[in-house]
Design a binder for this molecule. Structure first.
Ligand code: URA
Length: 424
């Protein structure tokens, strides 16, 4: 049967489910330029308004995977991947990948750069002198065999339909659709060739999904697509109303991750790293206690090898922003709130993030949270340290922080860091 873009748009506009053939055709034709951007925009809006069911979403994902190449990772240990929907201070990939590799799995982490208030893993790692994000498929495979972990840039050939569609959604108000987000994330992960995947779906002001019900809906959709594609998959729903750890930026987050790998670091970063590691190891069928491996120093050794394998010097001093500005506690009391979104925007404005994908980032810029909610503070005590190479950025960062923290009498009752686990 022959299809036309208008027929497919009309079907979804009128609330019908798309057939497998319609999905396959429209995704392929759009990738090849036979369906125009304005037609795909109309279809994306119809999907945004009328949704797609689980089977439709799984088929849409399959079509996006098939629009490009699929990596065949020829490694001799179970390959397990992690994906986070993004947050403020979310450096977990940095300690997690070498930890899970040190426990015996292969961890291929094809990552992205940051856009807006959430940071990107590659931007963080690029603050390490010499470190290189671009690897060939042969280099990825060799490093997985040799070191067990690799964090690098995704190749252009993976899910090109998603790249094209995501750019279109960004400018047509159609990003915030659960089936479109879920198929976008999962098409890239399936194309990367992992056979097991743990998703970290963030909930709260610093996350994509601000409320728990929407985050749960996304987690369920992601897991359902994974199951349809034969993956071992689960999703942790985790809190992102407060920045994760104390460091938000690039080099500062690498330094904090190294602290964790050396057996220290903030309790929340350690807790989430271990929770995700335990879930990944369960999928990989490896019965090793990640806490013991972290304490043994083996994860740090794997980190150093992983950085060296990509040209970086794990012992080199990290860049530090040239200009510092301290925000002090306005009164005696308890820090009752520290809003993740406010801190994320402040770090971004200081130069740690980018507004457009071609913008550069400053390796040394960011925010250090010197107190976290629940800590007692005295008037004049430093609460936040802002770092940047461009002092003109400080007023904008301070404006972002206005109303983003509060000192009061009573310690807040926060939600647990790991709120729930969604399994297939
Ligand atoms: N991240 C993605 O990769 N895709 C989306 O649609 C949203 C977030």
């Amino acid at each position: 049967m022959t299809h036309t873009a208008v027929d497919v748009i009309r079907a979804k506009r009128d609330g019908h489910r798309l057939s497998d053939a319609q999905v396959d055709w429209v995704v392929d034709a759009y990738t090849r330029g036979l369906v125009a951007d304005e037609q795909m925009s109309a279809l994306a809006m119809a999907i945004y308004l009328n949704g797609m069911d689980d089977a439709e979403t799984a088929r849409w994902t399959r079509a996006m995977v098939r629009s490009g190449e699929k990596l065949e990772l020829d490694v001799d240990r179970p390959a397990v991947d992690k994906h986070s929907t993004g947050g403020v201070g979310d450096k977990i990939t940095l300690p997690l990948a070498p930890l899970v590799a040190a426990c015996g799995a292969a961890v291929p982490q094809l990552s992205g750069r940051g856009l807006g208030h959430t940071g990107g893993t590659l931007d963080k790692l690029e603050s390490i002198p010499g470190w290189r994000a671009r690897l060939s498929v042969a280099e990825v495979t060799a490093q997985l065999r040799d070191v067990g972990a690799v964090v690098c840039a995704a190749t252009e050939g993976l899910a090109p339909a998603d790249r094209k569609l995501y750019a279109l959604r960004d400018v047509t108000g159609t990003v915030e659709s659960v089936p479109l987000i879920a198929s976008s994330i999962m098409s890239k992960k399936i194309a990367e060739g992992a056979d097991a995947l743990v998703l970290d779906v963030k909930v709260g002001s610093g996350a994509f999904m601000k409320d728990e019900a929407r985050a749960r809906e996304l987690a369920r959709a992601l897991v359902s697509i994974g199951v349809e594609h034969g993956l071992r998959v689960s999703a942790l729903l985790t809190d992102m109303s407060v920045p994760l750890g104390r460091a938000v930026g690039n080099a500062v987050e690498v330094a904090e991750s190294v602290d964790v790998l050396r057996g220290g670091g903030p309790a929340d970063v350690v807790e989430l790293t271990l929770a995700l590691a335990a879930e990944m190891l369960a999928h990989a069928g490896i019965g090793v206690d990640p806490a013991a491996v972290l304490a043994s120093g083996a994860a740090y050794e794997t980190w150093a090898r992983m950085i060296r394998a990509q040209g970086g010097d794990p012992d080199a001093p990290l860049p530090v922003g040239k200009h510092k500005h301290v925000v002090e506690a306005p009164e005696d009391g308890v820090l009752v709130s520290l809003d993740a979104y406010a801190v994320g925007v402040a770090a971004w404005r200081l130069g740690a993030g980018r507004a457009r994908k071609e913008d550069p980032v400053q390796a040394g810029a960011g925010v250090l949270c010197l107190a976290k909610p629940g800590d007692r503070v005295a008037k004049g005590q430093p609460l936040l340290e802002l770092r940047t190479d461009t002092p003109d950025a400080v007023p904008g960062a301070l404006a972002a922080l206005r109303g983003g923290y509060a000192v009061g009498d009573t310690a807040p009752v926060g939600r647990p860091l790991v709120i729930d686990t969604v399994r297939g």
